[in-house]
Design a binder for this molecule. Structure first.
Ligand SMILES: NC(=O)c1ccc[n+]([C@@H]2O[C@H](COP(=O)([O-])OP(=O)(O)OC[C@H]3O[C@@H](n4cnc5c(N)ncnc54)[C@H](O)[C@@H]3O)[C@@H](O)[C@H]2O)c1
Length: 416
């Protein structure tokens, strides 16, 4: 991620210092950037001069070198009014540091403590964490006001979204600085509160977890569920294809982290099928097998379904028919409609919960899901299109059938 973010910033005109623990790791990151830029030139998306200019803006270093507390060899920069420089020079005379190291609170806090000492007080310290609390990371520094979250999506050069996360103490200036930097680099920043999964990693859980539950209940096979969501749901990739691409281990770690932080609410319960696949080393495309096997490059379903027949109460069937008619998938068969309703209603409900919890504005939740995960529509706008009462109808029907609180409608639906 670090190299991808460095590429984004350099392509956007910033002077970048890319650092890692060892010089060879940094070189590997730089090689990746070179390859990306070469590919863009070959495809005619980038001029050779732009490629050179971008590479020319990236210098490399090791973390130890960056953090040595010897006086900076850089000329003193122009100081911003009101900034407390304490009359000294800092090793890190930069405006912004974006940390993208291992997802471990203690390791990140140690680095932030060191960055705090090395970087000028005006420097904004950002973390790319996907699952840790920005506020907790900020506890390691003297002025937590300058710590913010800048959550990029993988691959950073291609994915437009950046979630700008306000920790408990993040100050408005630091948040605006991070927001404007992301914008200047051509990204789409949205603002979010420091809550489990922020926007995208929380609202997207339903896409994966409901698909896994449907598989576990024997409603359909992985290829069938993927196809329903692509063809009738309008999603670019089905949930199982997407988990294989992201990595089952990475996806499970996010589900588990959100589930733990949400007090183990049944909406976020990680699924046993995924746990078993991860334990067996079937991690998706990167290991050659996940939900699909990729032996000859062609994906073949690798997890069988133990098909079971099921019947639904007539009231729920009516609610599902209305939901699908309004969602534009009335031509789907009965089982397909069930799959769409379960998965889509879970996503729409979670977006409503996130909005109710004040995680972000309506507009930012919708933009985040379109730009961060390629959803065909923003979930809150989608709810308006289908009709909140109709969405509530299917949620209530599922809630009455399952009775474990998973489909309990968000407050937004109670009010419609
Ligand atoms: N991979 C993703 O899809 C993704 C998406 C969004 C956010 N993130 C977040 O970005 C961060 C990095 O993720 P990644 O997938 O790139 O991890 P990674 O393991 O591929 O890379 C981490 C890098 O950090 C370096 N590192 C470790 N400790 C360090 C230290 N103390 N000082 C300096 N460098 C150190 C490692 O050498 C390694 O090169 C994590 O916080 C992760 O949650 C990842």
């Amino acid at each position: 991620m670090g190299a991808g973010i460095a590429q984004v910033a350099a392509a956007g005109g910033a002077s970048v210092l890319l650092a890692d623990l060892e010089a060879e790791f940094v070189q590997r990151g730089l090689e990746g950037i070179r390859k990306n830029l070469d590919r863009a030139v070959e495809k005619g998306k980038l001029g050779a001069a732009q490629r050179e200019a971008t590479l020319g803006r990236i210098r490399t270093s090791t973390t130890a070198e960056l953090l040595t507390l010897t006086p900076s060899p850089l000329p003193e920069r122009e100081r911003r009014p009101g900034a407390a420089h304490e009359g000294r020079r800092y090793t890190l005379e930069v405006d912004l540091v974006i940390e993208a190291i291992v997802e471990d609170l203690a390791v990140k806090q140690r680095l932030f403590r060191e960055l705090d000492a090395a970087a000028a007080p005006t420097c904004v310290l950002a973390t790319n964490t996907s699952s840790l609390s920005v506020g907790k990371i900020a506890e390691a520094v003297r002025d937590p006001g300058r710590v913010v979250g800048m959550h990029f999506f993988n691959p950073a050069p291609l994915m437009p979204l950046v979630e700008i996360i306000a920790g408990r103490a993040s100050c408005a200036e630091a948040l605006d600085f991070a927001f404007n930097a992301a914008k200047a680099w051509g990204k789409t920043p949205v603002r979010a509160k420091d809550t489990p999964g922020f926007i995208v990693n929380r609202v997207a859980r339903g896409y994966y977890l409901e698909a896994l539950r449907l598989l576990g209940e024997g409603v359909g096979g992985i290829d069938e569920i993927d196809q329903v969501m692509r063809v009738h749901g309008g999603f670019k990739m089905g949930p199982f294809e997407l988990m294989d691409l992201v990595g089952l281990d990475v996806n499970l770690a996010v589900s588990t982290s959100v589930w733990e932080q949400m007090g183990r609410h049944p909406r976020f319960n990680p699924h046993e099928i995924q746990r078993q696949l991860v334990a067996a080393g079937h991690l998706g495309r990167k290991s050659g097998r996940g939900f699909y096997s990729y032996k000859d490059g062609h994906p073949l379903p690798a997890v069988p379904v133990a098909r079971r027949s099921f019947s639904l109460p007539p009231l729920l069937l009516d609610a599902m028919r209305e939901f699908c008619a309004r969602a534009g998938c009335e031509r789907a068969g009965a089982t397909e409609q069930y799959v769409i309703c379960r998965i889509l209603a879970a996503i729409l409900n979670e977006a409503a919960f996130a909005f109710g919890d004040g995680v972000a504005t309506r507009a930012d939740i919708d933009v985040a899901m379109i730009k961060g995960t390629n959803y065909p529509k923003g979930p809150l706008a989608w709810t308006e299109e289908i009709g909140p009462r109709t969405v509530r109808g299917v949620l209530k029907g599922f809630n009455d059938s399952y009775r474990d609180g998973r489909y309990s409608p968000a407050v937004m639906f109670a009010e419609c």
